[in-house]
Design a protein around this ligand. Structure first.
Ligand code: C2O
Ligand code: CU
Length: 504
């Protein structure tokens, strides 16, 4: 055994079902993590990971699904050159199938990889068994082209979640879908429930995500050539520079505004919207001119309800909101924050004139906020407790050099534990997301739902504006090795990632 790479070897052996005793013997040779002295890392194959999974509530029910990741031809209407384009998705659709279960159910998903390259699926926002988290080299080997992987885990918290390929540029294609976990005890005080997936789109229209990343890495010199860089896209709401990439299309449930998704209801009906921002580099300001939203949840967890004219979602965030349907047609608009364009759906309740995109307002103002500005519902607020471990997470880098990183370090999947943040099971953890860069970052933590400060919303993805610090708290109750990263696909692909590492 090459003693300089114990992690890789250990993980491979873990996947082959090596015994726990042998695995912990191998662990003794693992290096010491930074931040907390001593201790060995608790890897995905550890008994502690299985124990945490066993301790989760069980309904005794299993929900099964199969997902095939493959190239397919998508029809985005006249907006796409030639009408159709070729991209990658699950089951041949712009949005993967809706996966749905109840708290305590076991979800089993058989992934078949028909892509020309390896893939994996991440279950965004779920507190699940670390071994099923879908991060290559950290919790599993990527699933090779032509191979498969069987995911299986318990659903522990109700709410609006989603799944996506954890190869960051695959996520920039159509490899994502919604995942809803129902609370069997919840009183449903609405007539309809609509799941809305928002996405910025360029694949097959103006280029590929790989070309865009190459352009971004070349910096200003490439501006003339590819033209994907978004210059001067500014959002006061996001504190400055809104994004790096210019997109020709913005999609609402996989459709362009010229051919919008139409949601039918009766005037006066109450609707629960479950809005998911699956974009790579675009925050959306979502509103329905003519109706107000009552925001009830963010990232799956309830908040003190708050009325809004619009809500802003960074990449990876979700918002649940109630809306009372007006008579006639109501546009459901998702305006790319600081960028041109529109993602559009529409509500039909009776007759009247259909909203045409050109006649819609170009801004939605009034009461506008993001999930990070909400207050958690008392039922999910963390009990007060002294913080036992605190880590500073500086979001470093710039658009100029495209050298995004954490604490000045560019993350490398081949040495994921460099700069890892160590925690022990039972810790009350505080992470300080400190943003000295001139751009906002939607920071996401796998496997946990943190709380913003003493009483803010419970979230797994939070907008951190330039110059700002956002402190989040959580209890370290889900052992394993968990990624945290910026949910901007290009920032993540460029190294704005790190590992939250459970040690014992
Ligand atoms: Cu939705 Cu690691 O991400
Ligand atoms: Cu970022």
């Amino acid at each position: 055994m090459n003693s300089s790479t114990p992690h890789t070897i250990l993980q491979r052996r873990d996947f082959l079902g090596l015994s726990v005793a042998a695995a912990s013997a191998a662990l003794l040779t693992a290096c010491t993590p930074s931040g907390r002295s001593g201790g060995q890392r608790i890897y995905a194959g550890d008994a502690a990971v299985r124990a945490a999974e066993d301790a989760r509530p069980s309904s005794g029910k299993t929900v099964t699904a199969a997902l095939t990741a493959a190239p397919f031809a998508a029809d985005l209407g006249a907006a796409a050159a030639g009408g159709t384009l070729s991209t990658w998705g699950y089951d041949g659709a712009m949005n993967g199938p809706l996966l749905r279960g109840s708290v305590g159910d076991r979800l089993e998903v058989a992934l078949a990889n028909r892509l020309p390259e390896p893939t994996s699926i991440h279950w965004h926002g779920l507190a699940l068994a670390n071994s099923q988290d879908g991060v290559e080299k950290l919790t599993q080997e990527a699933t090779a082209a032509g191979a498969g992987f069987n995911y299986g885990f318990k659903l522990s918290h109700p709410g609006t979640y989603w799944y996506h390929s954890h190869m960051e540029l695959q996520r920039e294609r159509a490899l994502y879908g919604a995942l809803i976990v129902d609370d069997p005890d919840e009183r449903k005080d609405y007539d309809h429930e609509w799941v809305i997936l928002l996405d910025d789109w360029l694949d097959g229209v103006t280029g590929s995500p790989e070309e865009v990343l190459a352009e971004l890495n070349q910096g200003m010199g490439s501006m003339m050539r590819g033209g994907h860089m978004a210059m001067g896209s500014v959002s006061p709401f996001l504190g400055g520079d809104a994004g790096d990439v210019r997109y020709p299309l913005h999609l609402f449930n996989g459709r362009v505004p010229a051919d919008p998704d139409t949601l039918a209801a009766r005037p006066g009906d109450r609707v629960r919207l479950r809005i998911i921002n699956a974009a790579g580099d675009t925050a959306y300001r979502v509103g329905a001119p003519g109706a107000r939203l009552t925001v009830t949840h963010t990232d799956g967890f309830p908040v003190e309800p708050k009325d809004a004219d619009a809500v802003v979602l960074g990449m990876g965030e979700r918002i649940d909101a109630l809306l009372t349907v007006p008579a006639g047609w109501t546009p459901l608009m998702a305006l790319p924050e600081g960028k041109a364009g529109l993602a559009l759906g529409r509500i039909r309740a009776g007759s009247g004139r259909e909203p045409v995109p050109a006649a819609l307002p170009s801004r939605i103002n009034g009461e506008v906020f993001d999930g990070g500005r909400l207050t958690s519902a008392a039922s999910v607020r963390l009990p007060r407790k002294p913080v036992t471990v605190r880590h500073a997470v500086r979001l470093t880098g710039s658009m100029m050099g495209y050298n995004w990183g954490i604490n000045g370090r560019r993350f490398a999947m081949d040495s994921p534990y460099d700069g890892a943040l160590a925690v022990r099971q039972g810790d009350r953890v505080q992470l300080d997301f400190i943003n000295p860069s001139v751009m906002w970052h939607p920071m996401h933590l796998h496997g946990h739902t943190f709380q913003i400060g003493e009483s803010g919303a419970r979230k797994d993805t939070v907008i951190v504006r330039p110059g700002a610090t956002v402190s989040v708290l959580f209890d370290a109750d889900n052992p394993g090795q968990w990624l945290y990263h910026c949910h901007n696909a290009y920032h993540a692909a460029s190294g704005m990632m790190g590992v939250l590492s459970y040690v014992r």
